[in-house]
Design a protein around this ligand. Structure first.
Ligand code: GAR
Length: 191
């Protein structure tokens, strides 16, 4: 059984799509959901599905080895970032080579990098007046939004679309694709 750990800082709508998709999957299980934010709705959402939840402590943020031990003890084979806004420490990237992935709400390499998250991304897309946006699933390395791209999908934008409209369109794409891309990645790896 492949065991997934989801990291989320916010609402957790992607986390929810992933948890629902893998419910009763024969070889992939969502093992736990971790958050750095006590108020993250994702924590309550995951708990309501019976998923083990964990609030990442300040000590764990400062000393990633503690978190790495926790994840290794639970047999985690893939860390899935779903709206997780803290930087992943280099030690964790080393401890989970090619086993940490992130979803970004734009077509990287455009509209990525430090400070580019959530609505900031969609606002920048609207201001740039581009005709489309989309989502990118990529490996996580030591630099924000810089790891190898695994999958992208795009959506057309209307001239009248505001940041909230773009967010809605992109989120729909994210929910549709993230669980399937995770499944494909893990099934490929276990061949
Ligand atoms: C998603 O749109 C995700 O792509 C984005 O945060 C949102 C989380 O929504 N992530 C980033 O901006 C990371 N740079 P959710 O909590 O409802 O899944």
């Amino acid at each position: 059984m492949d065991q997934i750990a989801i990291f989320a800082s916010g609402t957790g709508s992607n986390a929810k799509a992933i948890i629902q998709y893998f419910d009763e999957h024969e070889s992939i299980k969502v093992n736990c959901l971790l958050s750095n934010k006590p108020s993250a709705k994702a924590l309550d959402m995951a708990a309501s599905f019976g998923i083990h939840t964990k609030l990442i402590s300040r000590a764990e943020l400062e000393n990633p080895m503690l978190l790495i031990d926790f994840l290794k003890e639970r047999g985690i084979s893939l860390i899935v970032l779903a709206g997780y806004l803290k930087k992943i420490p280099a030690d964790m990237v080393k401890a989970f080579p090619n086993a940490i992935i992130n979803i970004h709400p734009a077509l990287l390499p455009d509209f990525g990098g430090k400070g580019m998250y959530g609505m900031h991304v969609h606002q920048a897309v609207v201001e740039a007046g581009v005709g489309k946006s989309g989502m990118t699933i990529h490996y996580v390395n030591e630099v924000y939004d810089d790891g190898g791209i695994i999958f992208q999908a795009s959506v057309d934008l209307e001239e009248t679309d505001q940041a909230a409209d773009v967010a809605k369109k992109v989120l729909t794409l994210e929910h549709r694709h993230y669980p399937k891309v995770i499944e494909q990645l893990l099934l490929e790896r276990s061949k």
